[in-house]
Design a protein around this ligand. Structure first.
Ligand SMILES: Nc1ncnc2c1ncn2[C@@H]1O[C@H](COP(=O)(O)OP(=O)(O)OP(=O)(O)O)[C@@H](O)[C@H]1O
Length: 740
């Protein structure tokens, strides 16, 4: 093994996925080629390398690197080159020159130890000095992490995610339990974590490995919507994942239950295995629903029929019988469900209910699971509606920054009535947190359409509640005359019943354009969004049109459609700043979406007169500005909220010229275009089509092969979720525990 030292003068090639780099190094007054895994090196940096000289057939002599350590640059010029490489937020070449001019050889010490002194440099204020100091520190720690973890085959991109999550505890956490990465880091699955563990020498049959495999199998099943797995299924899947015999797994399942990491519940056929929070939530939702629904009210003394008549007169409307029934039940029951498809009068019914409770001077809270749904509820009721997270006053615990709700059993909501919209999107954990915060004597009204896709999170809450026959349900099924005018509404109901759709009725709002080849479907959709629809309907191709695809991959999947749509709807332009992030280019003007809830993301309006926090999964925005020097992307949401994203936060953002149908749940758009083509059967389902179509307010255009449309309408196979809420609720009735 030999040692050489020198300054990196050029990066010839770098593979961001595995860190393999070819670079030129200034060494002993000569320029030599170095090759190997050096993911962190930058031009201007001095490094010390271990390795050996080889003679490459084509490229001649090269130094093959087995390990390297960064050294502090020794000359002022070296420091300048190092700082101007763009690694540190707030320092570009000009600023680097100014800083080195002031501090000379002490520059790096000053940035690391006394960043406040940077204010001596023209153009650096207190805040900027702090940012530079922090960015330098983060950069150092991250580079050390990348170097330390590269021996386990962890790529720089994952190191960045790991560092974001665990900060300076990263190495310690990874080396103590690499399987934790599979739980916490997006993109790292059990397999990758297991590979890392193998490189660390962890035994295949160790208790830690098997425990993690079992927990991972259960965690994975949550993303398919299951709240538990039957024991035999769990063992089979875990054994496949771990590639070991069932017997080892059975033992550890039992041990995990003793350690209270999982819960075993006796089922009628076999044991069911839960992760603890899901067990507590499923039982808790059941108990709270029974408790709230059994409350006997004697607080309202009014003639309900008279009250309804006077509101009907006021609103110039006659409620249908089941709408009236819903209003009456809302006054009498502790918990009730109002369900129905589009145009069946849910909003009208809820507005009547709100009026009656308002006349009675009752305290009413309105809420919905997502920001978009809450906004829509505010618009249709004319009253403030909050997200459930806001309603429950979500915050973070001081010790471990875990999310907590301030409103809970110890400090319940001061409400007489709570109305929740879009309940089909509420999962079992959120429902439990909500119900815990509601005291007996409060009326809870759950509104939703159980034919929509179920919640992204585990459970089948709305459908289970409806199917249990324990909670009062009023199903609205009449489509009102006004709503019947819309083929979107009419066809949505036809989809639900598995009937043939009315397509291309002249002057209406539901069109089908036949195309058979995927390339033709793609071309047609791009053309519709770019030219045809905006020209014909005089609408905005970004704001008014939303393309929804069932899948992410493939020619007509979200990823490819976004690439093609970006090219025509927001093409490259020398006046528009853009930046490449892994496989995507973000450009000023791009339509984007927040893809996970970020309750603490701060936003301000343009003139900073309004501010707030929280950007939610599914929120659509536009790239407003990209600051390459500060490494910040500014995104405009809701026409006035501007949120800043550091480059390393951009995994929360995706392009949204096209989104998946799943992500569109709870949102509405004027015009929706949907590709109809081959996809895996589990994506060609009736309720996926129904959800997509009901997102449109004014126009639906389907493009593709009619045989797949027919297939979707007929395919009402719902992929069952393991959830016991329905059975647990029904048990109360079977055992005669309910007051009728
Ligand atoms: N009793 C009624 N008589 C006549 N028209 C009604 C009645 N109830 C509702 N409508 C009308 O039917 C249409 C649909 O009603 P509404 O918006 O309340 O339904 P919805 O179920 O909330 O629909 P969506 O889910 O699509 O928002 C509206 O135009 C509304 O004015």
């Amino acid at each position: 093994m030999e040692k050489i030292k020198g300054m990196v003068v050029e990066i010839v090639f770098k593979n961001d996925d595995n860190g393999y780099t070819v670079a030129a190094l200034e060494h002993s007054n000569d320029e030599v080629t170095i090759v190997g895994c050096m993911p962190t090196i930058t031009v201007g940096e001095t490094i010390e390398l271990d390795g050996k000289w080889i003679n490459h057939k084509m490229y001649g002599p090269q130094f093959e690197v087995s390990s390297f350590i960064p050294c502090t640059p020794e000359s002022e010029e070296g420091i300048y080159i190092y700082l101007s490489a763009g690694l540190i937020k707030g320092i570009g070449p000009k600023m680097a020159r100014k800083i080195v001019d002031v501090f000379g050889l002490n520059t790096l010490d000053i940035i690391q130890m006394n960043p406040e002194k940077l204010t001596q440099v023209d153009g650096i204020g207190k805040k900027k000095a702090e940012t530079i100091g922090k960015s330098f520190q983060d950069n150092r720690e991250l580079r050390n992490l990348i170097i330390s973890l590269s021996k386990y085959g962890i790529t720089p991109n994952y190191c960045l995610k790991i560092y974001k999550k665990y900060k300076n505890k990263s190495i310690q956490i990874v080396e103590t339990n690499p399987y934790k990465l599979a739980e916490d880091i997006r993109g790292i699955g059990f397999k990758l974590a297991d590979n890392i563990a193998t490189k660390m020498g962890i035994d295949r049959h160790s208790k830690d490995r098997i425990s993690q495999g079992i927990i991972y199998t259960l965690t994975q099943s949550l993303s398919e919507g299951h709240t538990y797995l039957p024991k035999s299924k769990l063992i089979k899947e875990a054994s496949k994942l771990l590639e070991i015999n069932d017997e080892y797994i059975k033992d550890i399942v039992f041990k995990l239950a003793l350690d209270q990491k999982i819960q075993i519940e006796k089922g009628p056929v076999e044991d069911n295995i839960y992760l603890i929070p899901y067990y507590i939530s499923e039982n808790g939702v059941c108990k709270k629903l029974i408790e709230l629904s059994q409350y006997e009210f004697d607080d309202i003394k009014l003639n309900i029929d008279k009250e309804i008549s006077s509101i009907e007169k006021e609103d110039n409307i006659t409620l249908a019988n089941n709408q009236k029934e819903a209003v009456i039940q809302a006054l009498q029951k502790g918990v009730m469900v109002v369900t129905g498809g589009p145009g069946t009068g849910k909003t009208t019914t809820i507005n009547t209910i709100i009026k009656i409770f308002e006349n009675l001077k009752m305290n009413i809270y309105l809420s919905a699971p997502t920001g978009r749904a809450a906004k829509r509820m505010s618009e249709t009721t004319g009253k403030e509606a909050k997200t459930i997270h806001r309603l429950l006053e979500m915050g973070y615990s001081s010790e471990d920054e875990e999310m907590v709700f301030m409103k809970s059993e110890d400090d319940q909501l001061d409400a007489d009535v709570v109305i929740i919209d879009e309940v089909s999107m509420v999962d079992i954990l959120l429902m439990y947190n909500l119900l815990k915060a509601i005291k007996p004597g409060t009326r809870v009204i759950l509104v939703g359409d159980s034919d929509q896709l179920p919640s992204v999170g585990a459970g089948n809450v709305l459908k289970d509640i409806i199917d249990s026959n324990i909670i009062k349900v009023v199903k609205l099924d009449e489509i009102f005359r006004q709503a019947k005018e819309s083929m979107i509404v009419v066809n949505a109901h036809k989809i639900n019943k598995g009937e043939k759709l009315d397509l291309n009725v002249k002057g209406k709002d539901f069109y089908f354009i036949p195309k058979y080849e995927k390339e033709d479907i793609l071309k047609e959709i791009v053309n519709l969004a770019h030219k045809r629809l905006p020209d014909y309907y005089k609408i905005d191709n970004l704001k008014d049109i939303q393309i929804l695809s069932p899948m992410r991959k493939g020619d007509t999947g979200v990823f490819n459609l976004n690439l093609c749509l970006q090219n025509v709807l927001n093409p490259n332009d020398k006046f528009k700043v853009e930046e490449k992030f892994q496989k995507r280019i973000f450009r000023v003007g791009d339509k984007v979406m927040q893809i996970k809830n970020n309750y603490t993301k701060k936003w301000k309006n343009d003139d900073e007169t309004k501010d707030g926090e929280g950007v939610y999964n599914g929120d659509i925005g536009y790239i407003y500005h990209i600051d390459k020097e500060e490494k910040i992307v500014y995104i405009l949401f809701d026409e006035y909220k501007i949120a800043q994203y550091d480059y390393n936060e951009l995994d929360e953002i995706d392009h949204s010229f096209c989104t998946t149908i799943h992500k569109s749940q709870g949102s509405e758009f004027p015009v929706v275009i949907i590709p109809i083509t081959w996809a895996p059967p589990m994506l060609l389902t009736r309720n996926l089509l129904y959800t997509a179509v009901t997102r449109a307010k004014e126009l639906v255009v389907l493009v593709g092969d009619i045989k797949y449309l027919d297939y979707m309408v007929k395919n009402n196979k719902i992929y069952d979720r393991y959830s016991n809420l329905n059975i647990k609720l029904s048990r109360f009735k079977d055992e005669g525990l309910l007051v009728e």
